[in-house]
Design a binder for this molecule. Structure first.
Ligand SMILES: Cc1cc2nc3c(=O)[nH]c(=O)nc-3n(C[C@H](O)[C@H](O)[C@H](O)COP(=O)(O)OP(=O)(O)OC[C@H]3O[C@@H](n4cnc5c(N)ncnc54)[C@H](O)[C@@H]3O)c2cc1C
Length: 376
């Protein structure tokens, strides 16, 4: 594939933008367009997190955007667990947070600077208009239309999980990754919260569907549901409100059940899945953006390393590499998801035991690894 290609990326999220810029950097003669239904500065979502290790991959792929991403980071080492009126702090976890919108802005600017065409406010309904493209990357997110239009080929499996969660923000400045567990008359509610810039934190609230219904949130307006959460987590908000930036979603549609997505195959002719369209990993292990951007690195690298290979071979090599990584992360994410779906099981634990169980839930942090991170 040494020759210049016409490449279409459907979806201007982290996967599409990063892949486009990496390919354009590799060969400025490629004709690359990213189609995105939203405006460039639409702000759905709050912050995303990366582990220190993820950043090393970004450095090799594109040091320029990595430097900008790092300059926008909020960094923290500690995880605070609030359970039964106690706070247990565990150190040495090394994570960084960035505003999702800032990350997109960095990638948009870098892609434009390299000569990628960015078509905002452009909905892609059908791939027919791209009949002359050499490669179409379906990086159209969790609810990928391309994946469902071609479900017979990709054969997606979508496992919709039982908990309800909502992605909110707050001006409360948290200085550690914070988990708060609240027992109510209806059941457990938990918050996963972290600061991602000078003065804003992501505040995700999660609960079992039956608890959510018993508490009556299913019948509340969006505003009342958010106010309910504000009251519940008031002692962690320092008087700051909880904010929703998904007001385009009606009523309770801001509360969703996480869909675990996987696909039998990621390739249909010259169309290939990438990012959340290909796989999702539960937000509790904070790996969705990392996986999406690492997919982009992998496919771009396969094109660079096998310049004369037929397209299908390159796509198959990418699929094999990234499917394996996806399975590993999804397996850790499955343990983590199920832990949060069954918090009640651990309710009789002492706070130290509870925090230990939480920190080792995905089995990526082991008994031996915890004291290496934090001797105390
Ligand atoms: C509550 C929550 C918390 C999260 N926290 C984290 C975290 O801490 N760390 C982390 O790494 N990840 C996190 N994620 C996951 C992360 O948001 C995604 O995994 C990541 O954005 C995937 O990138 P993507 O480019 O594949 O898809 P997306 O970011 O979803 O981008 C897809 C894009 O395609 C566009 N699009 C879709 N269909 C069309 C169409 N037909 N025409 C044109 N455009 C279209 C969409 O508008 C969107 O911009 C979280 C997700 C949720 C829900």
């Amino acid at each position: 594939m040494a020759q210049a290609m016409k490449i279409v990326c459907v979806g201007g999220g982290p996967a599409g933008l990063y892949f486009a810029l990496l390919m354009k950097k590799q060969n400025p003669a490629h004709d690359i367009t990213v189609y995105e239904r939203n405006r460039a500065d639409d702000t759905f979502g709050w912050g995303v997190v990366f582990s220190d290790r993820t950043l090393e991959n970004f450095a090799d792929a594109d040091p320029e955007s990595k430097a900008e991403i790092i300059a926008s980071f909020a960094h923290w080492e500690d995880i605070d667990v609030y359970f039964k009126d106690r706070m247990i702090r565990s150190g040495g976890h090394g994570f960084s947070g960035i505003r999702r919108q800032r990350l997109l802005e960095i990638l948009q600017n870098r892609a434009a600077e390299l000569g990628v065409a960015l078509a905002f406010e452009t909905e892609v309904d059908t791939l027919e208009r791209f009949a002359d493209a050499d490669l179409i990357v379906a990086c159209d997110g969790l609810n990928s239309k391309i994946r469902s239009d071609h479900a017979h080929a990709f054969r997606p499996q979508i496992d919709v999980r039982t908990n309800k969660f909502v992605w909110l923000g707050t001006r409360q400045r948290l200085d550690a990754f914070t988990f708060v567990f609240k027992q109510t008359e209806w059941g457990w509610f938990q918050a996963h919260a972290y600061r991602f810039d000078e003065d804003t934190s992501t505040f995700i609230i999660e609960t079992r569907q039956d608890t959510w219904e018993k508490a009556g949130i299913d019948k509340m307006s969006q505003q009342d549901g958010v106010a309910f959460c504000e009251r519940l987590f008031a002692d962690h908000l320092g008087g700051n409100p909880l904010m929703s930036n998904a007001r385009h979603l009606r009523g309770n549609a801001i509360w969703i059940n996480f869909p675990r997505v996987s696909n039998e195959t990621w390739i249909k002719d010259n169309v290939v899945l990438m990012g959340d369209a290909a796989h999702t990993a539960h937000f509790s292990i904070g790996s969705g953006t990392k996986l999406a951007m690492e997919d982009a690195i992998s496919l771009a690298r396969h094109f660079a390393h096998e310049p004369d290979a037929p397209m299908r071979e390159v796509l198959l090599a990418y699929e094999a590499e990234r499917k394996l990584e996806g399975i590993k992360i999804q397996s850790a994410a499955r343990n983590s998801t199920e832990w949060f779906e069954n918090v009640g099981r651990y309710a009789n634990f002492e706070p130290e035991q509870f925090a230990y169980s939480l920190l080792t839930r995905s089995q990526r942090v082991s008994h031996g690894n915890l004291p290496l991170r934090d001797r105390g």
